[in-house]
Design a protein around this ligand. Structure first.
Ligand code: HEM
Ligand code: HEM
Length: 216
């Protein structure tokens, strides 16, 4: 039986994040004038991540942090039993938090980064040169941490599909997960109605306006 797990705003958040992150890697490697787009895509990543944090409190059932962030005991139990969970698993939650936290750190550090030639982040002028140097090197070495994290993320999804026979990608596209008749009796679906989508849009616009005000 199909049960709705991911609301539309969360799915849009995920795939827009993937596109924006890919774009920011491509533009920074092109350099020169493309750095303007590196910064713009970085602001977009920042807005998406801030939205996701708010959505972790105000979003639908399985988007809420309280629903999937669990302590070490629940993680160990999950590792032992391997029971399928409707939303993120207690172990997957760790990678979700790491992805959100480290990409947030990357986009924030970028605001204070400078290439020492022609391009400065918008907040460089407010801090001392030693801070700029430190945050620029953080921004640079975090690249490898992020690439490693994304590689683990994608490898885990392939592992679920190949070895456990669980497709996680399709639900992230259409919102629905497939459960057996008996499992589905105990699983609640996530609301995904027009008002929820309108609320998500209002939150995203508010975040974008605030960022524009501080970063223009
Ligand atoms: C999640 C978003 C971001 C990602 C994934 C990212 C990624 C990167 C990477 C990988 C580099 C190093 C390139 C290299 O040395 O080959 C870099 C450099 C840089 N980024 Fe970002 N960036 C992001 C956001 C931002 C933002 C928001 C800004 C500022 C508006 C920014 C400004 C810079 C600058 C000025 C450099 C050059 C630093 C240097 O020359 O060492 N980045 N970025
Ligand atoms: C730049 C690359 C990527 C980043 C930064 C990223 C980030 C994230 C984040 C933050 C989540 C948690 C969703 C939430 O609750 O907010 C997530 C989940 C997910 N991502 Fe990605 N992702 C990336 C690439 C990919 C790719 C390439 C795929 C497809 C192969 C993918 C498939 C998924 C799936 C299926 C989930 C749901 C996992 C689950 O059911 O627990 N991601 N991703």
């Amino acid at each position: 039986m199909k049960i709705r797990i991911w609301d539309l705003p969360l799915r849009l958040f995920h795939w827009l994040l993937v596109l924006a992150v890919m774009g920011s890697f491509v533009t920074v490697k092109l350099g020169g004038n493309a750095m303007i787009w590196h910064a713009r895509l970085g602001y977009f990543v920042l807005a998406l991540l801030l939205f996701r944090i708010v959505w972790g409190f105000w979003g639908s059932r399985y988007a809420k942090f309280s629903q999937f962030v669990k302590g070490p005991r629940a993680i160990l139990e999950y590792l032992k039993s391997g029971h399928e969970t409707p939303g993120h698993s207690p172990l997957g939650a760790l990678s979700v938090l790491a992805l959100i936290g480290l990409f947030l750190a990357q986009s924030l550090a970028g605001l204070f980064a400078s290439d020492d030639i022609a391009f400065d982040g918008p907040l460089v002028k407010y801090v001392s040169s030693s801070w700029v140097e430190w945050l620029t090197s953080l921004h640079r070495w975090n690249e490898w941490v992020l690439l490693g994290l994304v590689a683990i993320h994608v490898a885990a999804i392939i592992y679920y599909k190949r070895w456990k026979g669980i497709d996680l990608i399709r639900p992230m596209i259409n919102g629905h997960k497939e459960f057996s008749e008996s499992q589905s009796k105990q699983i609640l679906d996530a609301p995904d109605h027009q008002f929820l989508r309108f609320k998500a849009m209002a939150i995203f616009i508010a975040i974008a306006v605030i960022l524009y005000y501080f970063l223009r």
